[in-house]
Design a binder for this molecule. Sequence first.
Ligand code: CA
Length: 217
Amino acid sequence: MRLLLAEDELDLARALGRALEENGYAVDVVHDGLEAAHLGTSVEYDAILLDLMLPERDGFEVLAEVRAARATPVLILTARDGVDDRVRGLDGGADDYLVKPFELKELLARVRALIRRAAGRAVPRIEVGDVALDPAARTVTKGGVPVRLSPKEFAVAEFLLTHRGRLVTRTMLVEHVYDDAEETASNVLDVYVASLRRKLGREFVRTRRGEGYIVDA
Ligand code: CA
């Protein structure tokens, strides 16, 4: 899952970006509203974390531009006394908010909830056949037995399972599993998919030649 973090406090941005990556997300970090609007409208993120007080363009303007182009879930980050800002943000198309300073575990839980709802899912755990993935615990089981996955294998499995029953193109996978800073070759995906088949069953992921991958609903 790939996130955009727009935050102009450099220390906070760096710490948050690192923490999100440690929790399995691909993260692009920007420090002003212009870049945030550019990336937020041109890249299909799984969620956008948007500080409201940003240079160049404030968060409300960024939100309006994103909403004119995309349905990406947006969580706004606001100051403690910013009730009016939160109301304006939510009414402007934001999906959730978090008051600074916040605890990382609450941010992570809210991001998971946003991604879950965007996928049209109410139940946190994703189950397909005898495979179950828990996005919060970051665990996968097959037939109730824990399966050890590398962080990237987990990211690929999570994206495929979240979009089960739908064709996932290689481009989509690359865009949602890697951030801007990572070197990517899309044939690496074949390695991850082969590894997932080995660990979760040959029939777990089907290949549509020349198109991409599909996990049955
Ligand atoms: Ca700020």
